[in-house]
Design a binder for this molecule. Sequence first.
Ligand code: KIV
Length: 280
Amino acid sequence: MTPVSPGKFSGSCSTPVEARLMTVPDFQNAKQRGLRLTMLTAYDYTMARLLDAADVDGILVGDSLGMVIQGNDNSLTVTLDEIIYHTRMVSRGITRSLLVADMPFMSFQVTPQQALVNAGRLIKEGGAHAVKVEGGVRSAEAIAAITQADIPVMGHIGLTPQSIRAFGGFRVQRAAERLLEDAVATEQAGAFAVVIECVPSELAERISSTLKIPTIGIGAGAGCDGQILVTYDMLGLFDELRPRFVKQYAELGQHILQAVEAYCQEVREGTFPAAEHEFH
Ligand code: KIV
């Protein structure tokens, strides 16, 4: 790790790749070298700084912000402007991680030109290094249009949350062979990596060994080339949904509750602020 200046968080995580800004070729090299990639989501500056200090390889400003930040039931209402707003904040906290911004529902489906214009806004206005596009075969033209303008695209297949209205809920929507076709179409359209969500581990492993680009799994087993989780889930900050594939690495929600309760109690009984917190 490069030394951190005072006031910066410093992570202790040893990383197999150099501590400099991660690039799209670094993701591809990691797969060739058999190094597993780490990704998490962030939606604001403070969380981005923490993840970056812990040497996470990639940070996704996911449309999951519709649920964990905005409190909606799904991600469909998230707008491009909202993703740009959060991406800009996250970009200020990043020194090392690759910053990927999600293309929200209806920001890429209309025409490949619409997809390209909106991907360009995420890069120019949001400061993203790459964009993520849901859907395999059906999104191939949009992915091709974006990558032809040298904007790196991460695909997303399997459970694609933007399709919940068509499929009646959060479930894996395609048969094995169709998923393999989606993966291959995503790679052929020029994507540099692909998220595989909620797919049986054996199939995810088969897709990972078929593709040259890295696969980033979520609920897709250990055979993927990397993993991603929603940070609020793995830190125990969001408890409305507890998918089976999430491992909770901390119970920050409980810590926050206890801290806030202690603060309220001390204010009410007059023990905070104490002498050391006062000016004279
Ligand atoms: O929106 C999101 O956070 C995502 C990840 C779960 C992959 O798409």
